[in-house]
Ligand binder design. Structure first.
Ligand SMILES: C[S@@+](CC[C@H](N)C(=O)[O-])C[C@H]1O[C@@H](n2cnc3c(N)ncnc32)[C@H](O)[C@@H]1O
Ligand code: SF4
Length: 377
């Protein structure tokens, strides 16, 4: 199984919290799409894996003309072997999802939409500098349900000035649409964002960690009551609707990344494309190098397995550790994890270690304690 991730590096406006790669200048958009078609062709050469998922992420994929999205999808079909039940997801922003756009997309090969709602609350949306308001968010999810069965919505909790009550209202609205997938992320303050500057200058005050944790626990309870399975820290799905793209990523399957800043993984190495639209374009046009590659060491692979294992429903298998990394790595993990089992942040069952509800919220911090930083074992 493998996946193709296509990064669309354009957005209408900059959200204050976001440091993903995007540009608000669309001067070379058509040429960049051409370059991405060429990259798809290059990467398809001698590639024999069957593609089971295509994911248009961004940036803002819904910002592209439907025709451009169709060209990229067709290029995958024309150049790669594809599974018959291919999942093709498009990230879409509420302000782009007009009825006209939804109609066009429903006639395309896209069969799953991931809508960037972020919040149904106008005050949150203003603090985020989103291009839509709560009315747009509600209208677009309602309309999208008429055209797509397979829908996900993105939310962000832990917003400055939010409360447990405002978050509960957000969750109430989210579950009322009964989409089969919800991704809900804790707000992170990313380097070089407007939000980071506002926090530094004291113009925005971060929410107390304790309230964020309460919002997180409320979310777990509320979504579990509605039969959502929390299969990864931030991902909730009804049975049978785990995102194929994200699952492939967490289960360390191969994937090909297309477009500026996109990452790829072939089981041994990770590569990342240039995070600059014009430099990417120039390099592809002139047949020059447009990505960097790093071969993962055994320790890198162990650390990645620990990180994703603690974040996901699949956990960390002690047998897998022994079979793939050897007894020394397994012993290191078992020794370091003892204190978290004792504190009930981790639980051991059937030789698999998973995070508890308390532990999941701290998964990344716990993972860093279980990592191997220097190979002296
Ligand atoms: C990079 S966006 C791309 C999708 C689309 N452009 C949008 O804005 O909905 C993917 C998701 O990452 C999440 N995200 C981005 N930056 C974040 C941050 N600093 N904290 C928490 N979530 C973030 C948002 O929920 C967003 O929907
Ligand atoms: S959150 Fe989405 S729309 Fe906002 S800047 Fe980031 S990629 Fe663009």
């Amino acid at each position: 199984m493998s996946g193709i991730y296509i990064h669309i590096p354009y957005c209408k406006q900059s959200c204050y919290y976001c440091n993903f790669h995007f540009s608000t200048s669309t001067k070379n958009k058509a040429k960049v799409v051409e370059a991405m078609l060429k990259e798809l062709y290059i990467k398809s050469q001698n590639y024999n894996d069957i593609v089971e998922t295509i994911y248009f992420g961004g940036g803002t994929p819904s910002f592209l003309e439907t025709e451009e999205i169709n060209c990229l999808t067709e290029a995958v079909f024309n150049n790669f072997k594809t599974a018959s039940n291919l999942e093709i997801t498009l990230e879409a922003n509420p302000d782009d999802l007009t009825i006209k756009k939804l109609k066009e997309l429903s006639k395309s090969k896209i069969n799953r939409l991931s809508i960037g709602v972020q919040s149904f609350n106008d005050h949150d949306l203003k603090i985020m500098n989103r291009a839509h308001n709560s009315k747009d968010a509600n209208r677009c999810v309602k309309n999208a349900k008429k055209y797509f069965d397979n829908l996900s919505i993105d939310l962000i909790y832990g917003m400055p000035e939010s409360t447990l009550e405002s978050w509960e209202h957000n969750l109430d609205l989210a579950v009322s649409y009964n989409t089969n997938h919800i991704s809900s992320y804790a707000l992170t303050i990313e380097p070089k964002t407007a939000l980071e500057k506002y926090v530094e200058k004291g113009l925005v005050k971060l929410l107390d960690e304790e309230i964020v944790f309460k919002q997180y626990k409320l979310m777990l309870r509320r979504l579990s009551n509605e039969n959502y399975i929390n299969y990864e820290l931030s991902s909730f799905a009804k049975d049978g609707y785990f995102s194929k793209n994200n699952t492939a990523y967490w289960l360390r399957k191969n994937y090909i990344g297309i477009g500026p800043s996109a990452h790829s993984f072939d089981g041994i190495s990770r590569s990342w494309n240039i995070s600059n639209n014009n430099l990417y374009l120039k390099a592809i046009e002139e047949n020059k190098m447009y990505y960097k590659t790093e071969k993962l060491t055994k320790t890198d692979q162990y650390n990645e397995y620990v990180m994703t294992g603690l974040r996901t429903i699949w956990g960390i298998s002690l047998d897998f550790l022994k079979d793939n990394f050897g007894t020394k790595y397994q012993n290191h993990f078992v020794e370091k994890s003892k204190k978290y089992i004792y504190s009930k942040h981790l639980i051991l069952k059937n030789n698999v270690i998973k995070t508890t509800i308390e532990g999941k919220f701290l998964a990344d911090g716990i993972a860093s304690e279980l990592f191997i930083v220097k190979l002296n074992i």
